[in-house]
Write a protein that binds this ligand. Structure first.
Ligand code: SD4
Length: 330
């Protein structure tokens, strides 16, 4: 049965000239809901990240350059302890980074378990642009970065070395993972989606991953289709939260496919969260949040439990919005 919100939204889309398809042909986008350009990104560190992206978008620049420049802001900021430099280490005390990037042509690049490089997103972009591959990991990714002029840096900040943190390290990650209200700092990957003035959509996702994770663990963030997916004909989606849940449901790809078949961004994100709730036992002990942006500039988001917000920037709007949540419905 179709919900009222879904019906209203689909009717509005139909009136706005969208063709709503139940098969896999792309949504026909004939009108912009938000003015372009537009950029959206996860969590409150998305606000300064969006500003950096906007610098490029507002001058008519490419969304690919914009998302890279945008997410480099939290990557370089030691106060953001879940992305890049200053990120929470793994249980062995090492900061290992995951990132990926994708453009409207379906090109994609990714790095996983990368150490000692402050801007994994820029390495991911080079993987996309300079290699025949999509993903490089660990030592190979580091070597590739060094070969391309990146410098080796110590990413473990004094704050992350403090003795008070060793207790947390011992607990590691073995029981329940990323329970938002128990491990407060254990979230905050940045996922960013942008459409430039020419209608090109790109996305980027970068993280130090789950805090105190097992050495070698890779989450959803560098996995194309899980942490991020972009289809130039439809839109894009990005995920944050417990990566394992997103990987098991290929969340971002799912959101984009649902939009292709006529759902609004919010409805698509809700359905992806619903899929997790249906398939994954104990999902209530986790947080997962999705953001999505369709080609028309319409955006939306949805998460498992309260607490997830995302930043939006357009010509007329600079806001942090709370995502709709699933748990309140139980
Ligand atoms: C991961 N999804 O490594 C990342 C962590 C994260 O909000 O986004 N937390 O599983």
């Amino acid at each position: 049965m179709i919900s009222r919100r879904s019906f209203v939204s689909k009717s509005a889309l139909a009136l706005a000239g969208f063709s709503i398809s139940k098969n896999s042909s792309p949504v026909n986008i004939s009108q912009n809901i938000n003015s372009l350009p537009i950029v959206i990104s996860t969590w409150n560190h998305g606000l300064p990240a969006n500003e950096a992206a906007w610098e490029i978008l507002s001058k008519g620049g490419n969304s690919l350059d914009a998302v890279e420049a945008g997410v480099r802001i939290p990557e370089a900021d030691p106060k953001v302890i879940t992305v890049g430099y200053g990120g929470i280490p793994d249980s062995g005390g090492k900061v290992t980074l995951d990132a990926c990037i994708m453009d409207e042509k379906g090109r994609a690049g990714s790095v996983a378990c990368l150490e000692n490089i402050k801007h994994p997103i820029s390495v991911a972009r080079l993987v996309m642009e300079k290699t025949p591959h999509v993903m490089l990991t660990g030592k190979g990714a580091l070597q590739f970065a060094l070969d391309n002029g990146f410098e080796k840096e110590n990413l473990l900040t004094p704050q992350m070395k403090k003795p008070g943190r060793s207790g947390k390290r011992k607990k590691a990650f073995n029981t329940k993972i990323n329970i938002e209200n128990q491990v407060l700092e254990n979230h905050d990957t940045i996922g960013m989606l942008a459409i430039d003035r020419d209608g090109r959509i790109s996305g980027a996702c970068t993280t130090s991953g789950m805090g105190y994770k097992m050495p070698g663990r890779v989450g959803d963030s560098p996995i194309i289709g899980a942490g991020l997916f972009v289809d130039g004909e439809v839109g894009g989606a990005a995920a944050t939260g417990s990566g394992e849940l997103v990987m098991k449901t290929l969340g971002s790809f799912l959101v984009v496919e649902l939009m292709r078949n006529g759902m609004s961004p919010t409805e698509a994100c809700e359905e992806a969260v619903h899929r997790i709730a249906k398939k994954i036992p104990n999902y209530q002990q986790h947080q997962v949040g999705f953001i999505a942006l369709n080609k028309s500039g319409e955006y939306g988001s949805y998460c498992i439990q309260p607490g997830f917000n995302f930043a939006v920037k357009t010509e007329n709007k600079t806001v942090l919005e709370d995502a709709e949540t699933w748990i309140k419905k139980l």
